[in-house]
Design a protein. Structure first.
Length: 580
């Protein structure tokens, strides 16, 4: 990639690499080359903590060179295709096909066509069955592989669960058989069978699926002896012993989360019936406060960032959260470093935390009530105390906060007009409460998404409400909410529809992804590029009805993801579902 070509794209810094704290090894002298791929723009990928962790873990091995690939923006893709050039790594500007292993971080269903685009731009056959020993093995990992089946045709193997330990085992197994595999003395199928014996590794080509007359799964079983019937999710048992990237890579351009992300816990002690993230990171684990302080100090010294964000599914449930925040604020106060929290729950200590953080920077607060009425929150099993919330919020306003972000869902079981009215009333009350405290009304950012009944959750048997019904509810709320202090945002319902289909789908959907990509689908997570008609045409050509995947499921049905053991049994989920 010449300087002349880089000057033709809008953000050339996406492609130059050489960032502060990045690792660039001697490519030729490295025994194993690992391509770490993120199917979205550089700014999104470099905001992903998982990618940073795997990058650091692999580059800590002397014999391994791990280099990054991101989805090129459309202007760069046009240049690559026009000049018949292949996509290249940031570190050594090497082609994708020069690597031994290529791992994709899969965090969102609407990035699937970007995966195929990276492979295509790398000169890699899209379907795993078409790739012989001369191509890198393609590995998938991340949140969406709690149901990997819609991508089964494109990947050689998937990592189920957390990857920082299992990736080392994959690298070790590959190194043991690398020479035989590369010379053709070992068939690809033989190597994949060995990989299937690693706990947490799923090899889709080693399983077969049969469907009944209704299109439901009639049988899912291994093809060969020794292949596990179930694949057990991997997780790191001790977070204090887990790798964390202290030498935080600092991009040259602003990224989505342009700060130090400090993971203080994994999992969640709550049991919301809709939440898949809790199951992805189950069980609940936390880092020790002393270790967190050490990480924060080291990451700051290596970067100079002016903001540290605490990360976790429910950081206010960290057992020593108030003391931790006090220590962080006290340590970084003189340096002018702000401490921020993601979505938090109203608790008795919230006002105290808010006032401590406000001493440095009065950032906004984020809450996720999910439903506005106690009745619906009981259906969700959402632990949210409205009285404690408004008391805590008043204290936060008195300490200087002006903005609040609220997350709600619609399309919930047994939802009525009163529940929709409750969302409007709740948002108005949040805004006017600041006026009651003697200030101007608060600015409220109200984000409303449709409920997607996700795999492995107690809601996995629910039917998802259709596009038309959700659109009517969105329109009702638009008319209902007149307060100019409330900024109302809805997630694109067609995107939610597609996300639901692929999160709940089976392996027949691989053909739909393939056809949509061939029709030009790219960056489907971006409204500027999303074209729903491409997907509808792809479903039609594949002979599949997407509505089929949104229907209610019976509890005795074989679900596409039932072969995964995530640590909580299906019977427990069914018990929770039957309480709704």
């Amino acid at each position: 990639m010449t300087e002349d070509l880089l000057l033709q794209v809008r953000k050339p810094a996406r492609y130059i690499g050489q960032e502060w704290n990045s690792t660039c090894k001697d490519f030729e002298k490295s025994a194993l080359k690992f391509a770490l791929c993120f199917p979205d723009l550089y700014e999104v990928g470099m905001s992903n903590l998982g990618l940073r962790i795997i990058y650091g873990v692999l580059n800590s091995l002397p014999s391994v060179a791990c280099e990054r690939f991101f989805s090129p923006a459309r202007d760069m893709e046009d240049i690559l295709r026009r000049n018949q050039q292949e996509i290249f790594s940031l570190e050594n500007k090497r082609r994708l096909r020069e690597f031994d292993l290529a791992g994709f971080s899969l965090g969102y269903e609407l990035c699937y066509t970007n995966v195929l685009n990276i492979l295509d731009l790398g000169g890699i056959p899209l379907k795993a069955v078409e790739r012989g020993n001369s191509y890198p093995l393609i590995i998938g990992a991340g949140a969406v592989v709690l149901n990997p089946e819609p991508l089964h045709e494109f990947f050689d193997l998937f990592v189920i669960g957390e990857g920082e330990e299992v990736v080392l085992e994959i690298v070790e197994v590959y190194r043991q058989h690398q020479d035989k595999f590369k010379t053709g003395a070992m068939r690809k199928e033989e190597l994949l069978l060995i990989f299937s014996h690693i706990s947490g590794v799923y090899v889709p080509s080693l399983y077969e699926v049969k469907y009944d007359a209704q299109g439901k799964i009639g049988e899912f079983k291994p093809k060969a002896q020794g292949v596990p019937d179930k694949v057990k999710k991997r997780f790191v048992k001790d977070l204090d012993k887990a790798f964390f990237p202290l030498e935080w890579v600092v991009p040259y351009i602003e990224i989505v989360h342009d700060r130090i992300i400090l993971e203080i816990m994994r999992g969640c002690p709550n049991q919301c019936r809709f939440c898949q993230a809790r199951l992805q990171y189950y069980p609940f684990r936390k880092r020790g406060a002393d270790n967190i302080m050490h990480i924060a100090c080291q990451a700051y010294q290596h970067t100079g960032y002016e903001e540290i964000s605490l990360m976790g599914l429910s950081v206010s449930d960290y057992p020593q959260i108030e003391g931790l925040v006090d220590s962080l604020v006290g340590n970084f106060k003189e340096k002018g470093i702000s401490i921020s929290l993601p979505s938090i729950k109203p608790k008795s200590n919230l006002g105290r935390i808010s006032s401590v953080i406000a001493k440095i920077k009065k950032t906004g607060l984020t809450f996720a009530p999910e439903a506005a009425t106690d009745r619906l929150r009981a259906v969700l099993n959402k632990n949210f105390n409205s009285a404690a919330f408004f008391k805590s919020l008043e204290e936060a306003y008195l300490s200087g906060y002006q903005r609040v972000k609220l997350y709600f869902m619609i399309g919930l079981p047994d939802e009525g007009q009163a529940d929709l009215d409750g969302i409007a009333d709740f948002a108005n009350q949040v805004s006017y409460l600041r006026k009651q405290a003697g200030f101007a009304p608060a600015q409220v950012n109200l984000s409303i998404n449709a409920l997607i009944p996700k795999p492995h959750t107690p809601f996995q048997w629910l039917k998802m409400e259709g596009v038309e019904a959700i659109t009517l509810k969105q329109d009702y709320l638009k008319k209902k909410i007149k307060n100019k202090k409330i900024d109302l945002n809805f997630h694109n319902i067609q995107m939610s529809f597609l996300e639901a289909v692929f999160s709940r789908g089976d392996r027949r959907l691989s053909q739909v992804v393939f056809l949509a990509f061939k029709k030009g689908a790219r960056f489907d997570a971006w409204e500027d590029y999303f074209q729903f008609w491409r997907w509808l045409e792809a479903f039609q050509e594949a002979g599949l009805n997407p509505e089929f995947y949104l229907e209610a499921r019976s509890q005795d049905e074989i679900l596409p993801w039932d072969f995964l053991d995530i640590g909580l049994d299906k019977e427990s989920s069914a018990c929770e579902f039957n309480k709704v």
